[in-house]
Design a protein around this ligand. Structure first.
Ligand code: MG
Length: 224
């Protein structure tokens, strides 16, 4: 019973900081996307493909969440306007980024010069679902080698997603992944979700994903 209360308090505190982050972001007209997936599904690859396509159209910053390393931050370093690395390390909630970490990262980003922030969350399908960061959109990447049963095993992360990206479509002939069954499981949890079938390797589907995002960034900027 005691333990449940502690978790509840952590989540409430997190939500308070997340709303504060959101206010700050809205004040500066910065749109934020929280990208979540299991390890190896293609978060960094999607960010790199997105940065390449948005070059010259939007000023993009990246927040890289990782338990320990800086390898992903190094990959995006030269491609983004600003990159901030967060290592969650040995903290009790190290399996996800939390709003307080984003609050501190935002201090290192020149918000007046930025249109879009892409957050690469820690590779995990459980914890990131619980922690709001102040983002405008939540995106989950599922890749074909993971299998099509992830929405059944980890429903929560799909319930709150605005978009689900099915990555590694180039592997379709080689794996048993039932796209229709996967989409049915996700829409059963979340009827309004938007799907993108992409391959970061071949570039298939990336343009459509970037258009979807661009449209939302522009609407967000026009609103204020
Ligand atoms: Mg990565």
């Amino acid at each position: 019973m005691k333990k449940i209360e502690v978790i509840q308090n952590v989540l409430e505190a997190n939500d308070t900081i997340a709303s504060r982050n959101r206010q700050l972001l809205d004040k500066h007209k910065v749109f934020v996307i929280n990208i979540m997936s299991a390890p190896g599904a293609g978060k960094t690859s999607l960010i790199l493909e997105t940065l390449a396509r948005l070059k010259g159209r939007l000023n993009v910053a990246v927040i890289e969440g990782d338990v320990a390393s800086t390898v992903d931050a190094e990959k995006v370093q030269s491609k983004a306007k600003a990159v901030v690395q967060i290592n969650t390390g040995k903290m009790p909630e190290s399996c996800s980024l939390m709003a307080v970490m984003i609050e501190s990262a935002l201090k290192d980003i020149p918000l007046n010069d930025i249109d879009l922030i892409l957050i690469e969350n820690v590779g995990n399908l459980i914890c990131p679902a619980e922690f709001a960061l102040g983002e405008h959109k939540r995106v989950v990447i599922s890749s074909l080698p993971e299998g099509d049963d992830k929405p059944i095993k980890y429903p929560l992360i799909f319930v709150d997603a605005d978009a689900v990206i099915i990555n590694k479509m180039d592997l379709l002939p080689h794996v048993d992944f039932d796209i229709a069954a996967f989409r049915r499981s996700v829409t059963g949890l979340n009827p309004k979700v938007e799907f993108f079938e992409v391959s970061c390797k071949t570039g298939e589907g990336i343009d459509r994903w970037c258009s979807w995002m661009l449209e939302r960034v522009e609407t967000n900027a026009a609103k204020r």
